[in-house]
Design a protein around this ligand. Structure first.
Ligand code: HEC
Length: 308
């Protein structure tokens, strides 16, 4: 479950797919039965099944460019702004970040301002009654289950979003949390007096790396810790670290880490600044209480076995 449960499915092309959950009822076939949790800094606000989102907002159908498949697709969705207004109250609009935790420990934090700038939706089903899955061209066409909830953006209306590729589109979302980044991840901050390059690197790390990796025990639970007890910059030489971020598969056959997206502006500089951040973090090694849901999120969540 740690990495890609979907990998199991890779070889199965012509077989029909049953998704069964380990709930006592052992419900068949539909991810919509699994509840998602909404949390704020005080804890759980509400846990609700995707089918119950209709108590908070009206369902509609949107067409988007499905970046993972390179084609247009339609989904049944709920508008994120209405859902968050109902769930968190209007105060969410002046908050800092929304953190999504997925079933495999992937944990992207998305700035609130992005949700105020563009139209985002929680997708709960395909609009044409096809399975709520996709074939991920970005990951060897693995078949990916999207439920219980998948975050999508109206990228046909806002072409700027198309340039961002598949970033900020988590699927299999289990928790949605309103958070202050500083309060939630204090262990990730660069040391006092860090250079501007390091501070920019920290922002890039937040955007491009921490959904999967932890620093000082804090961040996403899908990939290795990079600072504690020995910083990655102490056992990868700078040249190889750069090459790794640029193209992990050029160093390790069959690695599951994706390369930094090709379309990122000033990509080389971004990589250097990330390395400056990782290097500076050597001076602040400490193991922080892992933020809830970060490490081992997958163990705490119900597992979704795939039967075939
Ligand atoms: C989608 C998840 C994901 C993202 C995003 C991601 N990584 Fe990784 N990373 C992984 C996984 C999984 C591994 C382990 C892969 C392996 O060992 O082959 C890994 C391994 C690494 C390693 C090697 C660790 C070791 O000791 O072998 C480094 C360094 C690293 N990542 C840095 C980064 C940086 C820097 C970024 C941001 C630019 C980043 N990663 C973004 C998933 C990710």
């Amino acid at each position: 479950m740690l990495l890609y449960p979907h990998a199991l499915l890779h070889a199965l092309t012509s077989v029909f797919l049953l998704i069964v959950f380990t709930s006592p009822a052992c419900v068949q076939a539909n991810a919509v039965e699994v509840p998602i949790e909404f949390r704020n800094p005080d804890g759980l606000v509400k846990s609700l099944k995707p089918t119950e989102l209709n108590t908070l907002a009206r369902q509609k159908t949107v067409k988007v460019f499905e970046v993972h498949e390179g084609r247009e697709r339609q989904y049944k969705v709920y508008p994120v702004q209405s859902i968050f207004d109902q769930m968190f109250g209007p105060g969410w609009r002046t908050a800092d970040e929304i953190i999504f935790t997925c079933r495999d420990g992937y944990q992207p934090g998305i700035p609130v301002v992005k949700f105020l700038t563009y139209d985002a939706y929680l997708a709960v089903a395909s609009a044409d009654n096809t399975p709520f899955t996709l074939s991920n061209t970005l990951q060897n066409h693995e078949i990916v289950a999207l439920g219980p909830v998948y975050l999508i953006w109206d990228n046909l209306k806002s072409p700027a979003l198309l340039d961002e590729g598949a970033s900020d589109m988590p699927y299999q979302i289990a928790h949605i949390e309103l958070a202050s980044f500083a309060a939630r991840f204090p262990g990730m901050f660069p040391p006092a007096g860090a250079s501007a390059e390091t501070r920019r690197g920290f922002l890039h790390f937040r955007k491009y790396c921490m959904a999967c990796h932890t620093i000082n025990g804090q961040g996403g639970g899908k990939a290795p810790e990079l600072n504690y007890p020995v910083s990655i910059t102490e056992y990868f030489s700078p040249g190889y670290l750069k090459q790794w971020i640029d193209n992990p598969a050029s160093l390790r056959y069959n690695t599951t880490m994706p390369a930094l997206a090709a379309e990122i502006p000033e990509r080389e500089k971004v990589i250097e600044e990330i390395i400056a951040y990782l290097t500076a973090m050597r001076d602040v090694k400490r193991i922080m209480q892992p933020a809830e849901n970060s490490k081992g999120a997958s163990e705490k969540l119900p597992v979704l076995p795939f039967l075939y």
